[in-house]
Write a protein that binds this ligand. Sequence first.
Ligand SMILES: NC(=O)c1ccc[n+]([C@@H]2O[C@H](COP(=O)([O-])OP(=O)(O)OC[C@H]3O[C@@H](n4cnc5c(N)ncnc54)[C@H](OP(=O)(O)O)[C@@H]3O)[C@@H](O)[C@H]2O)c1
Length: 433
Amino acid sequence: MATALSQIGRPEHRAERQQRIALVGFGTVGGAVARLLHDRRGHHPLRVTHICNRNVTRKKAGWVGREVVWTDDLQQVLASDADVVVELIGGLEPAHQLVRGALQSGKSVVTANKQLIAKFGRELQELAEAHGQYLGFGACVAGGIPVLSALQDGLVGDRLVQVRGILNGTCNYILSRIERAGVSFPDALAEAQQSGFAEADPTDDLDGHDAAAKLAILARVGLKTDVATEQVTRRTIRDIAAIDFEYARELGCTIRQISTAKLLDGKAYLAVEPSLVAMNSPLAGVSGSQNLVVSTGEFGGETTFGGHGAGGYPTAVAVVSDLLQAAHYCGCAAGADRPAIAACEVESDQEAPQYLRFVVRDRPGIIARIAGVLSRHHINLDAVLQKPGHEKSALPFVITLEPCRQSLVESALQEIAKFDFLADAPLRMPIVQ
Ligand SMILES: NC(=O)c1ccc[n+]([C@@H]2O[C@H](COP(=O)([O-])OP(=O)(O)OC[C@H]3O[C@@H](n4cnc5c(N)ncnc54)[C@H](OP(=O)(O)O)[C@@H]3O)[C@@H](O)[C@H]2O)c1
């Protein structure tokens, strides 16, 4: 009889008895998990025994089995006989205390909470191992795309050196709208908010905090490197304008919010920033709420994972997959056969070709003055692009640079920003290769 590859080298799983599941958080993902388990009952050994949500009465749904206990008391969940607690309330507290309490009381935990895992993942993994429980968080990154399990298990034979991707659907939606409709950033944001693709307060998405938390988890799982979310360089997409897509097109590129974690010379480099990507890159073809992750291994080269990065059912699939893993392995030390994760010095500087966009009050000698500053910083120009048809009082043009360290460009730009001919702050983006 064939043996499932994922079971080789792992301890025997417990006898196939029904696993008792307590769902905490009955919102978009929690509701979809309950529905999926209900509709596929008979095909899995998972049985929902508790559903917990604040003010739970308004949440009760007729299709949920009558034997399920509805509660708004987290302590009742912790004191229950559930085998696995599924944390789907989001945020740091009370989620952190709930997950700690569940692991300490001998329950496995599955969560989709990226903030929680990015901040406390190491601590919670150690707690899970100390109590012989399973901690599943496959839904935290890229929703329904099983990228974490692929990096953790499918590619564990390689040494991964880079993970790069599009991890935030809101940014992707907004940038795709500016690209296709030529609308301004505020209009694209308003549209995204009206269609439910952006929250009322979109700061976490636009300024890279959401993607940074996901990138920190990808770095831990894929690169075995422990980096705090705060150590990820984050740059906003708020400064991107329609004109940048026109210039990007001239360069054979488009613009996306790109998250990159890479290991170089024993240091880790992690950044979430708007970047130019070549039109023929798989990253350029990602639209709407789709996510894409490309891992690079020292031996196996590039592997690409794509699909729905968010949404109730895609995320619920990832949660249920983790629940089935928990059902197989609970009671075992889940991380015992995995490579150790180590702290690593973080490098925030990076060498790459650069795109600089200036908006100026036109007069003779402007390019010469900018070129003079760049040259003093030992930065080589690659090309100068200027499209006709703009007002002389706010004339946009672009300079691309040969690969150089971004810290050098930043200090040159600080000098350039003092020139009185600038009508707007200069914009810099790396060109991803
Ligand atoms: N939605 C996605 O596409 C997606 C994708 C990947 C990961 N995730 C992650 O999945 C988790 C859940 O997201 P979601 O979209 O399902 O959120 P959601 O729709 O807002 O659902 C959260 C549910 O938890 C309840 N809740 C919040 N705080 C609670 C507390 N202290 N005690 C009891 N119940 C509480 C909420 O009740 P109220 O109704 O009173 O607010 C709500 O029903 C988050 O960590 C999120 O980041 C979501």
